[in-house]
Design a protein around this ligand. Sequence first.
Ligand SMILES: NC(=O)c1ccc[n+]([C@@H]2O[C@H](COP(=O)([O-])OP(=O)(O)OC[C@H]3O[C@@H](n4cnc5c(N)ncnc54)[C@H](O)[C@@H]3O)[C@@H](O)[C@H]2O)c1
Length: 437
Amino acid sequence: MNVCIIGTGYVGLVTGACFAEFGVQVVCADKDTDKIAALERGEIPIYEPGLDAIVARNLRERRLSFTTDTAAAVQSALVVFIAVQTPTKTDGTTDLTAIEAVAREIGRNMDGYKVVVTKSTVPVGTSYQVKKWIDEEQATAGTSHRFSVGSNPEFLREGAAIGDFMRPDRVVIGADDGEAIAILRDLYRPLYLIETPFVITNIATAELIKYAANSFLAVKISFINEMANLCEEIGGDVHAIARGIGLDRRIGSKFLHPGPGFGGSCFPKDTRSAATFARQAGQRLEIVEAVIRVNERQRDRMVEKITRALGGDARGKAVAVLGLSFKPETDDMRDAPSVDILQKLQQRGATIRAFDPVAMTNAARELPDVTLCKNEYEACENADALVLMTEWNQFRMLDLERVRTLLREPVVVDLRNVYDPAAMRKAGFRYDSVGRC
Ligand SMILES: NC(=O)c1ccc[n+]([C@@H]2O[C@H](COP(=O)([O-])OP(=O)(O)OC[C@H]3O[C@@H](n4cnc5c(N)ncnc54)[C@H](O)[C@@H]3O)[C@@H](O)[C@H]2O)c1
């Protein structure tokens, strides 16, 4: 089966590479000529563990190719995936410009039956819009090739994307006709063989499942953050709370880790988008709206926490920051809590010295006024406090004696609760974390 993926970003590249690994013939198209040229040279534009080997193998074995010629890519394929970005606008609605551009391009290049599948996260109803845009372009071009539309939302996590794609918890397929469902089932056959559950439903439901999943995960994070804040008031330990509730199988222990609030390219935008399109549909998602507010407050609370650790005034203080990406094992800085928190500290007069194992290039763009250091210890030099922002493994066993002598003041604010409060105090630090006393 020939498959074409339009949009070769985090999702498109992983999807294309993994389908090729399954033995499918895949062409990944993108309008970013530099990105495609790099990929053709075997260079991976993002940090994603394990992706380079899969891309290299499938390029070599000629199951995977890259192109800027979307028209030819569409014409070569039976299944066309749309995997372009869907950012939210300032009013919370979703910007579908890239989806529309791709749908119209597909419409202009139809040359036979195809299944056009939206993999991007899109508001309910978008796949029908895609159908309408393709129909309009076919009408203009004087063609009338038959096609199906479908929704196949993606649940991969950056940093664990290959495993998530190859061994997913489930695959969701939304389509309104049996032919499209049969073709997509066939494409995902390797996952049937390992007994992956499939949820086959109509298009609107499939589109909504993605928002429901991300909204629910965001609820869990904001819930435990609120519990953490309460623990700080009453002298409780949020980790014991998380364990105490997480062992109840109806609740589950995952996603109950307190911190500076969720970030990244999905949760902030998807919760805002869900809240907005639900309002437009006349059915408010009040829990999701609350989660968005709680998350914003959590970031502000971290700014207050760090300012307090600096003695109540950030002016003229130097803050060492370890970790900038929104979570470990990715270089993605989109909507990372670090950006918001560090900019607010800068507005309060602090200077920032930071280090991240892989996100430095993206960080230089997002945080131009931050001094980027060679390693964790250089970041600590003469700083008035150390902030642990992202829990990369290499920050879990810092040489604390060295850190203490490098810092001007022995102050550590651990926003990921990596270290033990009692041990840190014993090691001579003034230490604060999230939801533990
Ligand atoms: N990143 C994730 O972890 C993740 C997980 C699940 C779902 N999603 C969803 O998947 C979608 C893609 O996310 P992403 O993080 O991969 O985005 P991305 O920004 O990394 O990649 C999008 C790519 O599409 C390309 N593109 C845009 N317009 C194009 C056009 N007209 N023709 C060809 N290429 C075009 C861009 O150049 C870019 O390379 C979004 O809707 C996102 O919400 C993302």
